[in-house]
Ligand binder design. Structure first.
Ligand code: MN
Length: 430
């Protein structure tokens, strides 16, 4: 069950994926995906293309947990464990895909939203290595199609950016990359995780998959999963950039246009009957993949600060990225504020965070608001941090300098007053 096909088969068996058998036009498929953000479906016949399109397969924590084979409550722990204990995958010279084309024209790539700057690939992992080959990084980047063999890639200043800087410093004009589309959720989740620089996200994925991941080297020596539906070999130009965007991102708003590096495509490999993953920007799949690994990180950092963390959520209303709710067992006055500081340190994009006691169901926004209504005083329990590093995606923030104002809400009950005053009265009146 280590590849996308195995996971799709399981979903089909459980009857939890919609299957469209009838031929549909590419625009029709994308309109359908855009109109039903929670949709989990496979489109088997796309007119003019010989790839199928799948969407929504990572759209909930239950789906991700099912793909890994664990209970949803164990997800944070499993991710943190995999990052701390990466397991180098085996390599195989043979792959499920074979060389097919020289350009992208046969892939069912489209605009997701009418005003996107161009057709976009939103589900591809990009793997690259440091000039001496010792460090590998795997991450997901949106890529705008500029032509059959050119893409503009959005690279925020994280690990791939750092590899580009290292390549530039050693005099290279381009960085070889391997890109892959149509992957098992474990690979996508690992590629979205905040593993430290130097840890290959492939090894994180392999740990999540119990050692089941195999990699194949493309001709340029970059590595991709051997059972990827689609693999693309190319290089990121360190000299050439183009306008990238606009693009609807996680917030559901159009992100701004920026000059971004150009990727030159050398070869496209596909499996027979290849499955292309259309990942709706701003949809649940996007939010879960980006947010879940940061929930795990926040949980770990808060746990290192206050005694007991019950759970962490990056909430749907906060785009799965900008807002966190954290439940703790408060032991001492001030625990709530320390938890907030740890959460902001763990996830630099975090903008607003709420800390509640463990009796609050943090998956219920009404319950969280109730805790703010009954346990929070603005003059005493609010933490304000001005001019901190924030998300590039928030249109209300300074999107060039990436600074923002962060608010922390300590909605834990004060220990100085009797606990009974703060507990929700149940049906039996207690
Ligand atoms: Mn990394």
């Amino acid at each position: 069950m280590g590849d996308l096909r195995g996971f799709l088969e399981e979903l089909r068996r459980r009857g939890s994926i919609q299957e469209f058998e009838e031929p549909m036009a590419l625009e029709e498929v994308y309109r359908s995906i855009r109109s039903n953000p929670g949709m989990r479906a496979i489109f088997k016949e796309v007119r003019g293309y010989d790839s199928k399109i799948v969407t929504g397969i990572c759209g909930s924590r239950e789906l991700i947990a099912a793909a890994i084979g664990i209970d949803p409550s164990a997800l944070h722990g499993a991710l943190n464990d995999a990052i701390k204990n990466p397991l180098e995958p085996g390599e195989s010279p043979s792959a499920a895909f074979s060389e097919a084309e020289e350009d992208l024209s046969r892939l069912p790539i489209s605009r997701y939203y009418p005003k996107d700057g161009g057709p976009y690939i939103s589900s591809a992992i990009v793997s690259a290595r440091s000039p001496d080959g010792s460090i590998e990084n795997v991450s997901i980047h949106r890529m705008m199609v500029l032509g059959g063999r050119r893409l503009a890639i959005r690279i925020v200043p994280r690990h791939l950016f750092r590899l580009c800087e290292m390549a530039k410093a050693s005099g290279l004009k381009a960085l070889s990359v391997g890109m892959a589309i149509g992957l098992h959720p474990s690979v996508l989740l690992a590629a979205s995780s905040p593993a430290p620089f130097g840890v290959s996200e492939y090894a994180v994925a392999n740990r999540l998959m119990g050692g089941g991941l195999r990699l194949t080297r493309l001709e340029n020596r970059s590595r991709v999963p051997s059972d990827a539906e689609i693999a693309i070999e190319g290089e990121i130009s360190l000299e050439e950039s183009e306008d990238e965007g606009p693009f609807v991102d996680l917030t559901g708003t159009y992100d701004i246009v920026r000059k971004q590096p150009v990727v030159k495509v050398d070869k496209v490999y596909r499996r027979d009957g290849s499955i292309y993953h259309a990942l709706l920007p701003g949809g649940p799949e996007h939010a879960i993949l980006m947010g879940l690994p940061y929930e795990a990180k926040i949980r770990e950092w808060v746990a290192a600060t206050v005694s007991t963390v019950r759970d962490v959520r990056l909430t749907p209303g906060g785009c799965g990225w900008l807002h966190a709710v954290i439940s703790i067992e408060k032991q001492a006055e001030g625990d709530g504020k320390n938890a907030l500081l740890a959460a902001f340190a763990a996830h630099p994009s975090l903008k607003h965070a709420v800390v509640v006691d463990s009796d609050i169901d943090i998956s219920d926004p009404v319950a969280v608001e109730w805790a703010i209504a009954t346990r929070f005083q603005g003059d005493r329990d609010l933490v304000i941090i001005r001019g901190a590093r924030g998300s590039s995606l928030d249109p209300s923030a300074d999107q060039e300098n990436l600074t923002t104002t962060k608010l922390g809400f300590d909605a834990t009950r004060p220990l100085s007053k009797p606990k009974d005053k703060f507990l929700r009265v149940g049906p039996e009146g207690r």
